[in-house]
Design a binder for this molecule. Structure first.
Ligand SMILES: Nc1ncnc2c1ncn2[C@@H]1O[C@H](COP(=O)(O)OP(=O)(O)OP(=O)(O)O)[C@@H](O)[C@H]1O
Length: 255
């Protein structure tokens, strides 16, 4: 598949677990400055595709690329260096650390100091830390967590935990942000706030891929939508094209 140079592409990927074909020849591209919604019934392969894109799994067939660069065998760490960040269905935070410290964990990828320099708090390590702290503070403030930066992560409510996970991903300075059910468990006004944040990030040039069951939210916020079913692409198009597709209605959305 040819694609715009800087897209993150899953090209004809397959993934099997035992006898289960979780993905069977799926192609999808996440483009810069675009929100791409990925929907489909339970078990249709959405999270597996996200895990292939960020390097948690290797595909059994097909390829993962950013532009012309083949990432198929690349580790999660090297993909983080290649500007791919993700969040999880259940936020994975370090509860005993503060909001600020959790956000700063996203900055490891940009540190220049080596292990020994960090261990002994040498100048380059201190500079790394200052830079990451400043960046984390700015992002937390922008995402609405500026007033609770010193709070422990484990006392945050669910919405704040979700926003903190996104902030941590952003401290990485990614070009692509992969979100696994970011609206899960959020109230309507929190979903509105999430939509505002994602639109702003998109308008700043970030490519965003959202796996989500909250289809109203997906259709409202996405530029393009892909529907999976049984590990295959059922429909791909604009939100209107997908929402009104008879097969998508039959298999997933209901009449
Ligand atoms: N690590 C694994 N080991 C075995 N089977 C797996 C594994 N991960 C996924 N599967 C199977 O692959 C299929 C696709 O799962 P996946 O989690 O990608 O679907 P999904 O669309 O994200 O579902 P949901 O909406 O419920 O999160 C399912 O049949 C699932 O049981």
């Amino acid at each position: 598949m040819t694609s715009p140079v800087t897209s993150l592409v899953a090209d004809n990927v397959t993934k099997t677990f035992g006898g289960i074909h979780a993905l069977d020849g799926v192609t999808l591209d996440a483009r810069p400055a675009e929100i791409h919604g990925l929907i489909g019934p339970n078990g249709s392969g959405k999270t597996t595709l996200l895990n292939l894109l960020c390097g948690y799994y290797k595909p059994d067939g097909g390829a993962i690329r950013v532009g012309e660069k083949d990432l198929t065998g690349a580790s999660v760490q090297s993909r983080a260096r290649l500007d791919i960040a993700r969040t999880f269905q259940k936020p994975r935070l370090l509860g005993s650390l503060s909001v600020l410290d959790n956000a700063m964990l996203g900055g490891w990828v940009h540190t220049e100091a080596g292990f020994v320099e960090t261990l002994f708090g040498m100048p380059r390590a201190l500079k790394d830390e200052r830079r990451t702290r400043d960046s984390a503070r700015d992002i937390l403030a922008a995402i609405g967590l500026g007033d609770i930066m010193d709070r422990r992560a484990d006392v945050l409510d669910h919405a704040h935990q979700r926003f903190l996970e996104i902030a941590r991903g952003l401290v990485l300075g990614p070009k692509f942000l992969l979100l696994d059910e970011p609206a899960g468990g959020l109230a309507e006004h929190e979903i509105e706030a999430l939509a505002d944040v994602l639109r702003t990030l998109r308008d700043c040039g970030l490519g965003i891929l959202i796996v989500e069951h909250h289809t109203d939210f997906v259709f409202k916020i996405s530029d393009r939508v892909t529907t999976l079913n049984l590990g295959q692409t059922l429909r791909h198009g604009t939100p209107d094209e997908v929402r009104t597709d008879p097969e998508v209605i039959r298999v997933y959305l209901g009449a």
